[in-house]
Design a protein around this ligand. Structure first.
Ligand SMILES: [Zn+2]
Length: 356
């Protein structure tokens, strides 16, 4: 059943998305276009500042904006509080935020914007997951990342020249995260059929389309090739938009994400979010009875891990994560059902797909 017209809800989207070579130079044009206040606060990390934050600072200053820069590190509750008190010390009545950096800096900017009711521009320097344009942020609480509500950016400026300078592993991981939409949507459909969960075919179609785009273009996603960033950044941004349409992360996060969160909870993996989700997608696709080999091939071609060994974890830890994955979110029905997968079946699926 399609419930998307039976409820009213607010869908919030970024007003502007700029993706391409050198688009960082348009940051002041965007601020002028949307009449942003004259005080800008840049939230960034030391590395990101060196190759992107300082450009933003200079352009804004050249265009008569007053600029303060706040340096931060990982997305933790402590760092979030520190940024908010830093902004209070700056003591400006009206200001806007610019998040420049990888996932954690953008997540922190989203959360500060949400708490202080400020507008913000997102300038990613890496593209390692599909959260760049989404209204959700991941914050570490006692070392476990939790997804929480945050603000949508006024604008996203994704400069392919800057993102290309980040290690390729991040981009590949972002691609795997988008590929995972394919099983997330299957889980959503299942929940809609079995639990009458509200389902939006527009959000699902969009999320599925982004995954198909990456699968079809897998062989064009390579290190040191700016076109690779171009090919993958758009699906990553649109994937985030599908969450805005759905009003939740449902179209982009199913059992494969629960598997990844289970690994985080066990604290056994140092791999990237998208890398973990990619392996989760292979196994969940197998459980759905779909073409898991196509997923595995595409991940191999892009260059993300397809085995427990590749993730740097033991076979036992992988099986443990699979068996506890259903406990991660009780409100999210997936192919793992209410009771999860038994140890024997977890072993079978991991073995059959060559993950162990
Ligand atoms: Zn994800």
């Amino acid at each position: 059943m399609n419930n998307e017209f039976t409820k009213s809800k607010i869908m919030e989207f970024p007003s502007a998305i700029l993706a391409g070579h050198g688009v960082i130079n348009q940051v002041a044009d965007i601020c002028n276009k949307y009449n942003l206040p004259e005080d800008a606060i840049i939230i960034t990390g030391e590395n990101s500042y060196r190759f992107a934050g300082n450009i933003v600072e200079r352009i804004l200053k050249d265009n008569k904006y007053r600029v303060n820069v706040i340096f931060t590190k990982e997305a933790s509750t402590d760092n979030l509080d520190a940024i908010i008190s830093g902004i209070k010390t700056i003591n400006r009545k009206k200001f806007f935020l610019v998040g420049v950096g990888g996932g954690s800096k953008i997540d922190l900017t989203k959360l500060v914007a949400f708490k202080l009711h400020a507008q913000y521009i997102s300038i990613p320097t890496i593209a390692s997951h599909d959260g760049i344009s989404s209204p959700r942020a991941s914050l570490k609480n006692e070392n476990i990342p939790v997804s929480i509500e945050a603000s949508i950016p006024l604008a996203v400026i994704a400069d392919t020249e800057i993102i290309l300078r980040a290690p390729f592993r991040f981009l590949a991981s972002g691609c795997a995260d988008v590929i995972s939409n394919i099983t997330a949507v299957m889980d959503w459909k299942l929940a809609s059929r079995l639990r009458n969960e509200p389902y939006s075919s527009s959000a699902a179609t969009l999320a599925q389309y982004t995954a198909e785009t990456i699968l079809d273009n897998a062989k064009n996603i390579k290190p040191e090739l700016e076109e690779s960033v171009w090919v993958s950044i758009k699906p990553m941004l649109i994937s985030g938009i599908s969450m805005s349409i759905a009003g939740s992360s449902r179209p982009t996060s199913g059992a494969e994400h629960m598997f990844s969160h289970a690994l985080d909870r066990l604290g056994v993996s140092k791999a990237l979010h998208g890398e973990q989700c990619g392996i989760g997608t292979i196994m969940m696709m197998y459980l759905h009875g779909g073409d898991w080999e196509r997923i595995k091939e595409a991940l191999k071609t892009i260059g993300t891990p397809t085995t427990a060994k590749g993730l740097g974890i033991s076979d036992n830890d992988l099986i443990k994560a699979l068996t506890i994955a259903h406990e991660i979110r009780h409100d999210r029905y997936t192919i793992l059902g209410d009771k999860g997968i038994s140890k024997e079946s977890a072993y079978n699926v991991a073995k059959a797909t060559g993950v162990i």
